[in-house]
Write a protein that binds this ligand. Sequence first.
Ligand code: AMP
Length: 376
Amino acid sequence: MIYPQPFSGKRNLIGILGGGQLGRMLALAGYPLGLRFRFLEPSPDSPGGQMAEHIVAPYDDPEGLRRFTAGLTVATYEFENVSVAAAHHISSRTALYPPPAALAASQERLVEKTLFHKLEIPVPSFYAIDSSDSLKSAVEKVGLPSVLKTRRFGYDGKGQKVLRTSEDVGTAWEELGGKPLILERFVSFDREVSLIAVRSRTGETAFYPLVENHHRDGILRLSLAPAPDLLPTLQAQAELFANKILEELDYVGVLAIEFFQQGDRLLANEMAPRVHNSGHWTIEGSETSQFENHLRAILGMPLGSTRSVGLSAMVNLIGDLPRVDSVLKIPGAHLHLYGKEPRPGRKIGHVTIRSDSEADLQLRLAEMHELVRAEP
Ligand code: AMP
């Protein structure tokens, strides 16, 4: 047996690197299974740290890491900018999933796109950019518009710029800080979709239905699940691509992959080796949530069913909190607050609206959007 029995009295202790809302929702999903949690998070007040034992230390602090790993059943992480060196250090002391190789691939856009390309997963054409001159010659090949992105530490649309004119090209290298970059063809997609996949330590896999995602200013605002008008062939394509990555990396845990859909074709944009914002709807909208399945996977337990329960719409609460009583009045609305202070651009919670009919879901979603729009 891979794991001590959760109900045997010797309870499993799960270590989570990072104390954000994803860690908090992992803990919330794990308590019914009799699991205990410990967070390593430098910030003294964090959504995860409010829920469980909390070690306040930098991620690369040797003493913090020693205290963090002592007595763990298994360790995992809830954000992908954990240093690969710290991940290797932890995996020398305790089981760590997803594997550090997945971190390395997802932290660097060039490495990530090269991996997709090697696995014959379609991607927008891309070039490595290391100077203003290499940018000019890549733009000649890719054409305009195109998208220039920093290779590392890009998230929620930060560290990227759409190049539309030759003036944009002239200033872009300096604007993005003269760091290693990647230039991608601009994809005029029909919509953005994402797949949440999960693979257990035993090799068992499961996939949630593709979700349709809407971003504004690079931040996810709305997910519709399952994606409306989802064709089985599109789902099969996404699962085929996910399987290739899961096998290549000998992956364990939840993996999220974001795609651009163009007609009946998918182009991979990026992946995240963790539970993902576009999977929050699974808490109410699936038989087993992404959070519970991540925990099952890293413990080597059987995976739970990913069958959808009706239709879901997930709305992120960003910057401001709408009136809580008004949200709770919407039938089928489930409010999740992360214990964070409201601040412009900050994800402070989300609401999942679940319904059995499309028309009803749209009605309730319109009510929700009124509340979010009503914010100053
Ligand atoms: P990313 O940080 O790569 O997820 O990009 C943030 C958002 O920018 C995506 O969700 C898309 O809406 C948009 N975007 C990124 N890359 C491209 C591209 N190559 N073509 C068109 N839009 C893009």
